[in-house]
Design a protein around this ligand. Structure first.
Ligand code: SF4
Length: 395
């Protein structure tokens, strides 16, 4: 097939799975647009870590990770990164970068060049008749007799345990690591979520790997045999580089997609319609937020805008905070209830303030000590459960 040369990658598989038309435009027609700031930022942070660790490997370094050195590299590479336009969101990204690297250095206190096997390493493996290519951010030795393969992520959204345990990218990395280091008995795939400064490791059994191989071959054959590439609205349409030329997306934006009446007894069709409605709603919501950002920028310079029969302005929300001593004193006086009793009835700690305070306890403590403190605190906390509707794609 002329649209497919037999080579797959995780990005290709993911793009096709999400939307065949996006795959076709990107990989067959080679329609490429300028990468957005989030993509540039992700590449920049990867580059900073790669540059820093390459220097340390070359220098046979053993010692702590230095936040100042990381930040210096970040500042140098920021200029070349392409995120140089001065906008509010870029200033925010610059601050995000400093915070990510400072937190990262605080957590990764030790580096030993003898423990690192590879940084930004390319791989090429065979799965059935397909060639699968990619690269791994970092590979370390891991006791006993194993290797840890790490992929850095700069996503804002936190991954759930389920996401990590089922992730196809990590399964592919595990297959690649097995070929690169056949003597390794234990392979540990890891996502390092840099914005959250959390390292989540997982495991893949041989059965998991066989399933992943089967899935890759099925999807690969679908791509190979595909005759048409329909647009499939999905939760990432707003970020798609082909949305401007995509009829489905434009129809969804213009509210021209009508959802059919559905037989509520047929749960399969209820689920299908729910997903369609969710994708359309997400597209509309993302567009609304984008327009609001533009209007808010103008409202920095003028009090109100009257446009298209609407008035837009910024208003400040008032939030009341009651200082404990004065409030208890006042309520006790007027109600006759003792301050001790009132304290028990009314007091509750502010979660975000508790979280910040606990984060401050990390300094000067080992990670194990810190994790124990967090565990003890969690045991004290009262847990309240409320039902939450969750929807997740299954393969
Ligand atoms: S906008 Fe959505 S439906 Fe259109 S090509 Fe992109 S991913 Fe596919």
């Amino acid at each position: 097939m002329e649209h497919f040369n037999g080579t797959l990658s995780y990005s290709k598989l993911k793009r096709y799975e999400q939307c065949p038309q996006s795959y076709y435009r990107h990989y067959v027609l080679k329609e490429r647009s300028e990468p957005n700031d989030s993509l540039l930022f992700g590449s920049l942070i990867h580059k900073v870590l790669e540059t820093y660790y390459r220097q340390k490997l070359d220098g046979h370094y053993v010692g702590p990770v230095d936040d100042k050195e990381l930040i210096d590299i970040f500042k140098q590479l920021w200029i070349e990164s392409g995120i140089t336009r001065v906008t509010d969101s870029n200033q925010e990204l610059f601050g995000d970068g400093i915070k990510i690297l400072t937190d990262y250095a605080q957590r990764n206190t030790g580096f030993d060049f003898t423990q690192v096997l590879a940084i930004e390493i390319n791989f090429e493996i065979k799965i059935g008749k397909f060639k699968v290519i990619g690269f791994i951010d970092r590979i370390d030795l891991a006791a006993p007799n194993g290797v840890a393969i790490t992929d850095y992520k700069t996503n804002r959204v936190m991954f759930s345990r389920n996401d990590v345990d089922r992730d196809l990218q990590l399964s592919i990395y595990q297959m690649a690591a097995k070929e690169l280091y056949p003597e390794a008995i234990n392979i540990i795939p890891v996502f390092y979520l840099l914005r959250h400064n959390i390292r989540i490791s997982t495991q893949r059994s041989e059965a998991d790997i066989d399933l992943a191989k089967e899935y890759i071959q099925t999807l690969g054959s679908q791509i190979e045999l595909a005759k048409d590439f329909p647009a499939r609205l999905n939760s990432n349409c707003h970020y798609c580089d082909h949305k401007a030329g995509c009829n489905e997306y434009q129809k969804a934006l213009a509210g021209e997609i009508t959802l059919p009446e559905v037989d509520t007894k047929n749960l399969e069709s209820v689920a299908v319609l729910r997903e369609q409605a969710a994708h359309i709603a997400k597209i509309a919501y993302a567009k609304k937020s984008e327009m609001e950002r533009v209007l808010k920028t103008h409202l920095k310079h003028q009090e109100a805008l009257v446009l298209g029969g609407n008035e837009y302005s910024m208003s400040s929300m008032t939030k009341l905070a009651y200082p404990a001593d004065k409030t208890l004193n006042f309520l006790s006086q007027i109600s006759g209830v003792s301050q001790t009793e009132l304290y028990q009835k009314l007091s509750a700690l502010d979660n975000s303030k508790v979280d910040n305070f606990v984060k401050g306890l990390r300094k000067g403590r080992s990670l194990t000590e810190y994790v124990q403190i967090k565990g003890q605190l969690e045991a004290i906390a009262e847990k309240r459960y409320s039902p939450r509707f969750c929807a997740r794609k299954v393969k």
